[in-house]
Each structure stands twice: as C-alpha cells, then as structure tokens.
Design a binder for this molecule. Structure first.
Ligand code: NDP
Length: 526
C-alpha cells in the first residue's frame, strides 16, 4: 500500500493518505483499475463544492468521490472543500458525509478515514464578497507549495437562483483566472436546470462568461455519463451492420422512455416551478434523442460530436402548438401504490399547492425534418410515480414488405425491435422471429440480449463518478454546449407557453394513479 503524507493548512501534518492497492489489480482488459477509469494520469486538483450541506453533495457527489477513491481513480493529490453558509467545523463536515458515503459510524472504516483526510470545509456567505477572498486564501494555504497545481473545480451544488451570484463571486475573488497568481486551470460545473426558459438560459450564460470562458464551463447532464448512453454512439458508429438500417427506410418509430417510481421527494419548490418538461425533456430526453438521431461526426472529438447533436436540434420540426393535443399528453399523479405501499398524490406532497396544475408526466411526439428521419415519429415519454423505474430506447423497425407465410400463418409478422436499455439493466436486446419447434409452422419472437454486467470485469463508473472524472480530465464530450441548450429551449418554449396558458393548464392535464403506466390516453399517442 502506497502511503503519502500531506500538509494541512496551518502546517499541521495530516493523517497519512493511503492509496488503494486496487490500483495494482488488473481487469480482463489487462489494464489496472485506475487505467480503466482514466487512461492518463490525472492532474492534482481541488474540488470546491458549493452547497456542500445539501442533498446533491450528500447523495451523489461525496459517494461518487469516495467510490473513485476506493477504486484508485482519483488524482494523487486531491482536496475536496465543502462550502456553504452553514457554519461547521471540518470534523463535523466529515462526520456528516460519512453515512452519506455508506460508511456507518459504528464501523472501523479505515478507508473512510483516509478519504476523509482529503475533506475540508469553509463557510461562505454569498452576499459577502470578503468570504470568497477568505476562501481564495484558504485554498492557497491548503494547496501549500502548489502541490495541487492550483487546479480547481468549482461545483455549483446550490439552488439554480444562486448560480449567477456564486459564479460572479468566484470571479471577483480571482479564482476563475487560469495560470495566474498561483492558479492552474479553473473549471465551473453547473447542474441542470440551465435556466427556466430561453431568456433566462441566455442570461445565465452571459453571467457565467463574465468570469469564465467557454472551455471552463461544464454543464452537466448526468444521463449522458451512463455507460449505455455513451455506448449508443459506439454501437451505431463502430458496427457496420446497424447504420445502413438506421433511417426512415427501415425504422418505423423510435420510443424513448424515462420512467420513475419516485415522486418529487422533498423538491417541491423546484418541481412546482419546473414540471416534467423542464425537468426531463429540456435536457435528458433531448440528449438521448440527439444520440439516436445524429449523423456520424468525422472524428470522435468533443466539438464535432456536439456539432452533430446541434444539427439534430436545428432539424426538429416546430411543434404544432395550435393543436397540441394530438402530439402531447400531460399528466399528474394522484394517490396510488408503489411496491404495495400507499403513496400520496402530487397535490398532497409537502410544499405542493392543493390545486397545482404542474405536470409530472409527459408523452410527446416529435419529428426531425431531414433526409434520414423524414416521417419517422419519435415518442418521448417521462413521468414520476409510474409502475416501474426504467430508462430505455426502442427502435421499432418496419414490418417485412411482404409476408411469404401469410397463406400458412394468416397472421402479421411482428416487426423487429432493438432495445437499448439504460436502467435498470444496461443492455442491448434485439427481438426477431424464429420458427417455433414442431411440425406446425408457427412463428416465435425471441430476444437476443447483451448485458453489460456479464461481459465486462472492470469497474463500472456511476454517472456522477464519470462526470467528476471528466471534469478533472477537462473532457467536455459528455456535457452540454450552450448552443444546444438554447436550441432545446427554442423548441420547448412555445410548447411550455401554450401548455401554461391558463385555459390550457387544466384542460391538458390528465390525472393518473401512482403506480400505473401513466394516463391511459398516452397509449394512443403513436
Ligand atoms: P439543496 O436544496 O439541498 O441546496 C443545497 C444547499 O444550498 C443547501 O444545503 C443550502 O446550504 C444552500 N441553499 C439552499 N437554499 C438557499 C438559498 N435560498 N440561498 C442560499 N443558499 C441556499 O439542493 P440540492 O443539493 O438538491 O441541489 C443542488 C443543485 O443541483 C440544484 O441546482 C439542483 O437543481 C441540482 N440537482 C440536484 C439533484 C439532486 O438529486 N439533489 C439532481 C440534479 C440536479 P447552506 O444553507 O448551508 O448554504
């Protein structure tokens, strides 16, 4: 086990930082686990998490960083600095993060102790710029003799209303400048939502660019970091047999489904103002659509891939807002049961208005006006409190042009279907027809399955682990570019305006029972 001793601010020697022996383990690819996580050595850096007292930090960020640590996937010299308004001693912050990372207090947890030595805490007041100057001083002392290279990631895990202010404060404290005054590289990570509509998204971008240049801005869509989502491009463009049928001549319909069993949890404040279209469609659903529909870029490079995605958003046929009912079903969950347990309706959730008309379900049909996809409907469906938690993309192929079995079978031959499963199973399945064994000629649909988990022995990164590693590597491939954000809002804004007109709000909203498949009418949208 490799042991390094590092200095804490004030010169005190910290606990020895033990690096996992997992670094030396090899996978079936002949690579160490660390090489599987990042092919090249990672720059030393400091990750500053604003909103470190909140939900995202505890549920996603710290567990992801701890898992990376256990897999030997973090840079050798990493510091994690939690920042928030809540006054807290450093040890109190560590104790608070320990159960969040899945290490119960009663357990010995020596690996946790090694990780916790990297955790620090600094209270800030967003309305007081001097606290950001103090933060800058704290970081310099923490990084000591530039051992962390002055490289910093500023992660905005705060409510969206604070994004602009926190970014400005970082800039005012000189922390956004790169390669100057003890700074190395500097990156800012912004969580969705990127604005509430097109004007606010553009305003947010202008604010971020007051302090940061575009290459420093990382707009997260953690869906993109899921293995199977990344695999869509490999599947399409590293296999010669699928691309020739990936178009209007062979594909009859594409369905993208992101269903959740969870309700809104404690996030009523956010969700009441957002609803499902802003929460899921503006970002995740649009990204999945782009990956399925885009043309192959000349090379697998960030801007080239983003250019192709952008072209898909540009080709979206404007939604027929004058008659939205045939192309959009909105719903809101009522009471029901999930896994046998009774759950309240949306309007009974804490913090939700009793007459709320916020949609928690949407099914939308849209078209892409280009040569490849002309006439092929794309059905995007997402909802909360549905009967199962599943995310998948279904490519439905056309039926055979003429069935030679019609006179014997007297039945339609079911079309082929390809499923790209993202959750719960990361898989690829192809449904095709075979002959049922026996003397009589009967068809049988069978499924050919590829499961990620069965065929790969290396560490599989959780989406937030991947996102954090990519931020450290400076790889923006899996993040949003602003032109994509704006095109996505340009498509959705007229729909939102139409749906949010007073007389349409209740007219368009279908109530559905929690634990069901959503509003029955959504099934007719095809
Ligand atoms: P929280 O509501 O938990 O807030 C995070 C922290 O921000 C709080 O602990 C609090 O810290 C501070 N804060 C809250 N309200 C205010 C306020 N009005 N003024 C100043 N500070 C405030 O947010 P989450 O952790 O849930 O989410 C953080 C960001 O990540 C949000 O933008 C959210 O949209 C996004 N996100 C969250 C996800 C999740 O699963 N939670 C998933 C995807 C995105 P203190 O009072 O100590 O300063």
């Amino acid at each position: 086990m490799e042991v390094t001793t590092e200095k804490l601010p004030g010169g005190a020697a910290s606990e020895p930082v033990e690096r996992a022996t997992a670094l030396c383990e090899t996978t079936d690819l002949g690579l160490s686990r660390r090489q599987c996580i990042s092919p090249e050595p990672l720059d030393p850096c400091t990750i500053v998490i604003f909103g470190a007292s909140g939900d995202l930090a505890a549920r996603k960020l710290i567990p992801a960083l701890f898992n990376l640590f256990l897999n030997g996937g973090l840079p050798d010299r990493l510091r994690i600095v939690g920042c928030a308004r809540t006054p807290m001693e450093e040890d109190a912050f560590r104790d608070r993060m320990r159960p969040a990372a899945g290490v119960p207090a009663r357990e010995d947890g020596s690996r946790w102790e090694s990780f916790a030595a990297m955790l620090h805490y600094q209270a800030v007041d967003y309305t007081d710029p001097s606290t950001f100057d103090e933060l800058a001083g704290f970081l310099r002392r923490l990084e000591g003799d530039a051992r962390a290279g002055g490289n910093r990631i500023f992660y905005l895990a705060v409510p969206p209303v604070l994004y602009e202010l926190v970014a400005r404060r970082i800039g005012e404290a000189g922390l956004a400048e790169e390669n100057a005054d003890g700074n190395g590289w500097s990156r800012i990570v912004v969580e969705k939502p990127f604005g509430h509509d097109l004007p606010t998204a553009m305003a947010l971008d202008r604010s971020l660019h007051e302090s940061f240049r575009e290459h420093q801005v990382f707009r997260i869509d953690h869906y993109l970091a899921k293995e199977t989502v990344q695999n869509v491009l490999i599947f399409r463009f590293a296999n010669a047999i699928f691309e020739p049928v990936w178009n209007r001549r062979y594909v009859s319909r594409v369905r993208i489904l992101a269903a959740e069993t969870l309700g809104i949890e404690h996030r009523a404040g956010y969700y009441e103002a957002a609803g499902v279209l802003r929460d899921m469609f503006q970002n995740h659903m649009m990204q999945l659509l782009a990956l399925i529909a885009m043309e192959p870029p000349p090379r697998f490079e960030t801007d080239w891939v983003m250019d192709e995605k952008t072209k898909v958003f540009r080709a979206l046929r404007p939604f027929p807002v004058e008659n939205p009912y045939e192309n959009l079903i909105l719903g809101q969950y009522g009471r029901g049961a999930i896994d046998g347990a009774a759950v309240p309706g949306y309007r009974e959730e804490p913090g939700v208005r009793s007459d709320s008309l916020t949609p928690t379900f949407a099914s939308m049909k849209l078209h892409i006006d280009n040569w490849r996809w002309q006439g092929v409907p794309f059905l995007l469906t997402s909802g909360k409190r549905l009967d199962r938690k599943v995310t998948e993309i279904n490519i439905e192929f056309r039926e055979v042009p003429h069935s030679i079995f019609r006179n014997i079978l007297g039945e339609r031959v079911e079309a082929n279907r390809l499923t790209l499963g993202i959750y719960p199973e990361e898989k690829i399945s192809l449904i095709f027809q075979t002959k049922n064994p026996g003397a009589a000629l009967r068809l049988r649909s069978v499924t050919m399955d590829f499961h990620y988990s069965q065929s790969y022995g290396g560490p599989v990164l959780d989406a937030y682990e991947k996102v954090l590693i990519d931020c450290i590597r400076g790889d923006r491939m899996l993040f949003w570019r602003q032109d994509g954000v704006e095109l996505s809002w340009s498509f959705l804004s007229p729909i939102l305006e139409r749906c949010e007109e007073c007389e349409n709000r209740s007219r368009m909203l279908h109530l559905y029972e929690a634990g069901s498949m959503g509003p029955a009418d959504a099934l007719d949208l095809s």
